[in-house]
Write a protein that binds this ligand. Sequence first.
Ligand code: NDP
Ligand code: 2IT
Length: 450
Amino acid sequence: MTINAKQYCEELYNRVVKRNAHEPEFHQAVQEVLESLIPVLEKNPEYIKLGIVESIVEPERQIVFRVPWVDDAGNIHVNRGFRVQFNSAIGPYKGGIRLHPSVYIGIIKFLGFEQVLKNSLTGLPIGGAKGGSDFDPKGKSDMEIMRFCQSFMTELCRHIGQDVDVPAGDIGVGGREIGYMFGQYKKIKNAYEAGVLTGKGLSYGGSLGRTQATGYGLVYFVDEMLREKGMSIKGKTVLVSGSGNVAIYTVEKTHEYGGKVVAVSDSDGYVYDANGINVETLKQIKEVERKRIHEYVKYHPTAEYHEGCAGIWTIPCDIALPCATQNEINENDAKILVKNGCKAVAEGANMPTTLEGTKVFLDNGILFGPAKAANAGGVATSALEMSQNSMRLSWTFEEVDAKLKDIMINIYRNTSKAAAEYGLKDNLVAGANIAGFVKVAEAMKAHGVV
Ligand code: NDP
Ligand code: 2IT
């Protein structure tokens, strides 16, 4: 019996929508991947016959739990916690934890699904997962954050382990939160299992370079993507949305490479600084004081603050690097960027461009680095942290950074090669989905129906 791959993917997509009702972000992530896989499945129908495509869109396990905690005034709050262990074909589950009021199962599922393919692209042995909670860390005291993290880990610890599932940071989770979670895990398990979490502090098993890795990796990817076309970052005007971990180190590395980042943002608005965003000020406001981005103009009075985060995409630029959150660039934003002369876009955030926005970029010949490939430097360095924990050794910053750079260049090349192999030259969206999928699919084929 011959299988029509296109029809199969359409039917499977419809089943995914039905089975995961009211989860539009997950549908969006699946739709993009299934569309990319059609040529692969036409060539290799056994991935359909062996149930691999159907399995890859179904998480291996979904854990939903109650997270009660007490605030400083003695009031009790009850949040919801999630961990979606999506696929463990090529390694232990691996992926971050997001704390944001918008978190629900559909967000965690889309992130877990993308993580499977992203982790495969790194070339390192890590499966895919994601977790989080609808807890809002904004305005909480250190002690409230600690009590929340402890309660979250009291349940999560049953489901993770250095050879089982290794969480890390994402939106709302950085070094402070990982520290509290690690402390609680260690206490409950009575074991020093350093590799159970990544993004740890340097005094207890963290890796040099992990804090910088996603942003630096993004810029290494962009540099390679431009170099291939005879271009470079030097002298380019760059927009970076967000002002968190990924955004800060994207700004820092872009400046090192001779580009000028003129704007950053948060969910309230954006800052425009024609002189180039000062990264030390950014670190002071966001990492030390944990304040809002409008504070920037107090330090640099010639800079401008504008309400509304989407306005950032109306600033003329050569390169746009969305580093805040999902669906922050829609079709209209993409059209404005193209009209204003933007030549390259690379995604530091996960799924920051809508499907319609992506189409605008691809149709207009914009160099476009999709999240799975372009922001994989963070999780790749997490895997390097796991390696160091297993060896009970630590590498220098230079060693880690050199490995990260190599990994990002390889991701660009493998992604671009996979696209070309299927007649989709320069479509890195398809290339990333294909290259990420094939490795996982081969492992699943070898493991049988499990
Ligand atoms: P942070 O919490 O450090 O920063 C998040 C930034 O994004 C903040 O500026 C925040 O603004 C903004 N933001 C968050 N939610 C929204 C929203 N709904 N609308 C507008 N702005 C928003 O997170 P990270 O920098 O770690 O993560 C940023 C993105 O990068 C996410 O998509 C994450 O999944 C992705 N990523 C992170 C990796 C990592 O290693 N940390 C690795 C790979 C991808 P505000 O303060 O106003 O909320
Ligand atoms: O989206 C991501 O890749 C991350 N948040 C990093 C995950 C990790 O395990 O380092």
